[in-house]
Design a protein around this ligand. Structure first.
Ligand code: GLN
Length: 479
């Protein structure tokens, strides 16, 4: 059995035809993932006991003639910011190195109820802050396509796992691009659903008004299958939406003729030529499929990076206040007073990027600066959302790059936080607007580096996004 090439449907079909058992797929996936991990550092830990127990449940259900679920027997990798009961969840931070959560995130419960097999937890930037996975306290992840390059971040481990084929699908989290950008860098599909589509219960909060859980897959269909499983209202997250969850895979019918697509002129001006050429070629593929393409404008784009880095740092400074040495595992010793204990714990526990954001966020929220920065940023966020709302009066989807450049070298930007922040320009707009957006592979540069194309649609219209991406993939646009 070649786990590296299996799709969700193939696993299911193999189980139902009794060609193999879930226990065999799981054992083989674990063996392969552990053997490959030295090349990428994609996984922080494996969960063989939990995985084999889940596999047994699936095999028993099949033996009893029961429906085993949409993800029956499918090996899943999970970003280490998503809580798993009894399984250490570090968020890529020293502070949580030994933290064992007492409950499962809702997305995890739903995955397992659908027969999914969690084989391990994946490396990520500390508390999901970063664009290269170099901010992890447990070492960077290497891009499986080009080991001297970053896999993107912050969900770099999940993207690398799927690209390596050590997991069939994976979960990541996206606050400003952390699913789409690593998907683009590693050449896999990555989906950020509408804000509220998937419950955030059990997702460690970075910036609560921007955080999403979403899937990675080798194909659009696999990613769509996972989203359907994890989506939907959850009483434990008051921001999760009550909207009905459509059968996404049933909509993958290739019918995209006449769909109106907008190309934002503000997005195409700063691209490196190779990425720009690949996006242009991707747009041609969509035109050949019968889509109608027009120029559009998203005029507030220039303010997006500044807006995002004010809002996300403000929310992060508040969310990270809970890691104080009292509530969660790590506590620095040798402190004479309570204030010293806080200072020493946070001083030695957090890495440089988290500290930078806590300071920035505290600053923009402080008296005297709140109106000038935080309040202003919220107003600009509304303008960015309005840009998209206006665009969607004319078009069904927006087509855009994911990143200004393909995967960069390890160490290349790590000392220049501003350059790192600027690389998020194309992904943070969709996050600020809360609309569904995804990266679908659209070819490789001459050096063999993958490039992703971004598709963005109206709130809760993941169906149109998946339909376009799937038609594009089937027409060879991903090759
Ligand atoms: N790169 C962005 C940041 O550093 C996005 C991170 C994310 O989406 N979690 O904030």
């Amino acid at each position: 059995m070649d786990v590296a090439s299996l799709t969700v449907e193939q696993v299911r079909a193999g189980l139902l035809a009794r060609r193999f058992r879930a226990a065999e797929v799981t054992a083989e996936a674990l063996r392969f993932a552990e053997a490959e991990n030295g090349k990428t550092n994609a996984y922080l830990r494996f969960s063989p006991e939990r995985a084999l127990a889940s596999a047994k449940r699936v095999d028993d259900a099949i033996a009893r003639g029961e429906e085993p679920g949409a993800l029956a027997g499918v090996p899943v990798a999970v970003k280490d910011v998503i809580l798993t009961e009894g399984l250490t969840t570090t968020c890529g931070s020293r502070l949580l190195e030994h933290y064992v959560p007492p409950y499962d995130a809702t997305a995890i419960q739903r995955l397992e109820q659908a027969g999914g097999i969690i084989i391990g937890k994946t490396n990520c930037d500390e508390f999901a802050m970063g664009s290269s996975n170099e901010n992890s306290a447990f070492g960077p992840v290497r891009n499986p396509v080009a080991p001297d390059r970053v896999p993107g971040g912050s969900s770099g481990g999940s993207a690398a796992a799927v690209a390596q084929g050590t997991a069939v699908v994976a979960l990541g989290s996206d606050t400003g691009g952390s699913i789409r950008q690593p998907a683009s860098f590693c050449g896999v599909v990555g989906v950020t659903p509408t804000y509220g589509r998937v419950s955030r219960y059990g997702l460690t909060a970075f910036a609560s008004s921007l955080d999403h859980i979403g899937p990675f897959g080798k194909s659009v269909r696999d990613a769509a299958t996972v989203l359907r499983v994890i989506a939907g209202r959850d009483a434990a997250d008051s921001t999760s939406a009550d909207a009905p969850v459509p059968d996404y895979t049933a909509a993958l019918d290739g019918q995209v003729k006449g769909r109106k697509l907008g190309l934002p002129r503000e997005y195409l001006k700063d691209l490196t030529s190779e990425s720009g050429d690949l996006i242009a070629r991707g747009v041609d593929v969509l035109k050949k499929l019968g889509c109608v393409v027009r120029d559009i404008s998203l005029p507030s784009t220039d303010y997006a990076v500044a807006t995002y880095y004010i809002i996300c740092t403000a929310e992060a400074s508040s969310n990270l206040a809970r890691f104080d040495g009292v509530r969660y595992t790590f506590r620095s010793g040798n402190s004479d007073t309570l204030a010293d204990m806080y200072r020493n714990t946070r001083g030695s526990g957090f890495g440089a990027e988290c500290k930078r954001r806590i300071m920035l966020g505290t600053y923009v929220l402080s008296a005297g600066y709140y109106d000038a920065y935080y309040l202003k940023a919220q107003k600009v966020r509304a303008l960015i959302a309005r840009d998209f709302a206006r665009a969607f009066e004319q078009v069904d989807a927006v087509i855009a790059p994911v990143s200004p450049f393909p995967a960069f070298r390890l160490g290349e930007k790590v000392d220049d936080p501003l350059a790192m922040y600027l690389s998020d320009i194309y992904t943070i707009t969709g996050s600020l607007a809360g609309i569904p957006c995804m990266s679908v592979p659209c070819g490789r540069t001459a050096a063999g580096l993958p490039v992703g194309m971004q598709i963005l649609t109206r709130h809760f219209d993941e169906t149109t996004m998946f339909r376009l991406a799937d038609a594009f993939e089937k027409a060879g646009g991903s090759a």
